[in-house]
Design a protein around this ligand. Sequence first.
Ligand SMILES: C[S@@+](CC[C@H](N)C(=O)[O-])C[C@H]1O[C@@H](n2cnc3c(N)ncnc32)[C@H](O)[C@@H]1O
Length: 222
Amino acid sequence: MFDLIAPRYDLLNRLTSLGMDQPWRRATVRALKLSPGSRALDLATGTADLALMILRKHTQTSVVGLDPSSGMLAIGERKVRRAGLDGQICLIEGDAQDLPFPDHSFDALTMAFGIRNVPDRGKALAEMARVTRSRGRIGILELTWPEGSLLAPLARLHVRYIVPTLGAILSRGAQYNYLRESISAFPRPEEFGRLIESSGLDLLSITPFAMGACCLFVASPR
Ligand SMILES: C[S@@+](CC[C@H](N)C(=O)[O-])C[C@H]1O[C@@H](n2cnc3c(N)ncnc32)[C@H](O)[C@@H]1O
């Protein structure tokens, strides 16, 4: 599915999130508290927006981006080359549930809008705990079902009707119904927080954005 939508993915992202996806990624990068020389892993890196953002904010770091979709990674590679950052970003094909890295090999880890797509989320979280060094920061950004604020019904209308319609028009397919369905099937933030805690990680914070339509989970290996 991601190979199919890859050419239009960035545009769809900006439009369906009403331009909020980049500020949400920036908040994720801030939460990592990176220092010069740090090495970060961006899971479900897709077209590498978050990997690039890490390097633009922290120029003396390096990032490995991992994703199973070769179509998304091909677009990411082009963006990395255009930015002249191919010496600092390495993009590889892989699955978040089975990471090809030794224990404690990264200072920080991110995953934006990716954990929702992973069949065994507990396994992916345990892998995050394994490959991140002790007390390194893990930032997981995910779309969540908007609830708990007065304006949440408006956000729900957006996710139910506007996102799939925009998606169908721009990607010329029905793939964006998947977005609505996967968001409503994703656990509520507190429940996902409990899964984080039971996967060998300390949950440090949950920050909701846009009436709960997106949440940033920050955690650290025990
Ligand atoms: C909505 S995109 C997010 C891309 C990027 N992180 C961003 O911020 O735009 C979701 C990505 O998750 C990837 N994905 C799906 N299953 C995965 C898995 N098991 N492990 C890692 N990534 C996965 C997809 O290939 C896709 O590129």
